[in-house]
Design a protein around this ligand. Structure first.
Ligand SMILES: O=C(CO)[C@H](O)[C@H](O)COP(=O)(O)O
Length: 232
């Protein structure tokens, strides 16, 4: 099985939680894309759901598949959000935002009664932080915001490069919300809750990719099948 096959199998396992009548949040990324593809097949087969996509990409994919869409303005409460992750750590703490959609993903996941993560086995880690933590920042005051993140990190004993995300053409990456992303190469984040609390005090930080206490479970696919990680 290729890593992509594994992602599809994890997505398929999460699909078993979807019932007619549900209001769903759809994430972003290559694993979430599989979930949306599989959901599209079910919708064509008669499943009735309404969905809020967490990115413009997912919106267009779902629309093209004929999946009924809504917004959090029309439908502020969702039953279930399904999304990928860059890392799955202890207590289902996550790093997300590798695909640049962390702000909308967190808004959608927070609006849902339950969030399920879908991933291949490579995403499971004993300590968060090997994947650079994406922090979404307002372009205004960028230098001051960056310095503030460094100060918060240093207080927690964290160091490492803070890299402004760029596209493959060298232009600065801009999120769906019009913000930039600083990828923080901390290597290890032993106390994610303390870092999350610190980052939330910085005015120029819109949101960060630490998803703590949001996921209720994760379907993780490896070469020997799919396993479920539940709450500790
Ligand atoms: O957080 C995300 C996007 O912002 C993605 O869920 C995360 O990057 C995982 O992506 P993939 O499923 O492609 O490995």
């Amino acid at each position: 099985m290729t890593p992509d096959d594994m992602k599809r199998e994890a997505a398929r396992a999460a699909l078993a939680h979807v019932e007619s009548g549900m209001r769903l949040g759809l994430g972003h990324g290559s694993t979430a894309k599989h979930f949306v593809d599989l959901l599209g097949e079910k919708v064509r087969g008669g499943l009735e759901v309404v969905c809020v996509p967490a990115s413009e990409f997912t919106h267009d994919q779902a629309r093209d598949l004929g999946i009924p869409l809504t917004t959090l303005d029309e439908t502020p409460e969702l039953d279930l959000a399904v999304d990928g992750a860059d890392e799955i750590g202890p207590a289902l703490g996550l790093i997300k935002g590798g695909g640049g959609a962390l702000l909308r993903e967190k808004i959608v996941a927070s609006a849902a009664a339950s969030m399920l993560v879908i991933a291949d086995e490579s995403k499971v880690v004993p300590v968060l932080g090997r994947f650079p933590l994406p922090v979404e920042v307002i372009p205004f005051g960028f230098g001051a915001t960056r310095a503030a993140i460094e100060r918060i990190a240093a207080k927690l004993g964290l160091s490492g490069e803070l890299r402004l995300r760029q596209q493959s053409d060298g232009l600065v990456f801009v999120t769906d919300g019009g913000h930039h992303i600083l990828d923080c190469h901390f290597q290890q984040i032993p106390d994610p809750a303390a870092l999350a609390a610190g980052l939330s005090t910085i005015p120029g930080v819109v949101e960060h990719g630490l998803f703590l206490g949001l996921a209720k479970g994760a379907y993780v696919a490896g070469s020997s099948g799919v396993r479920f990680i539940g709450p500790a």
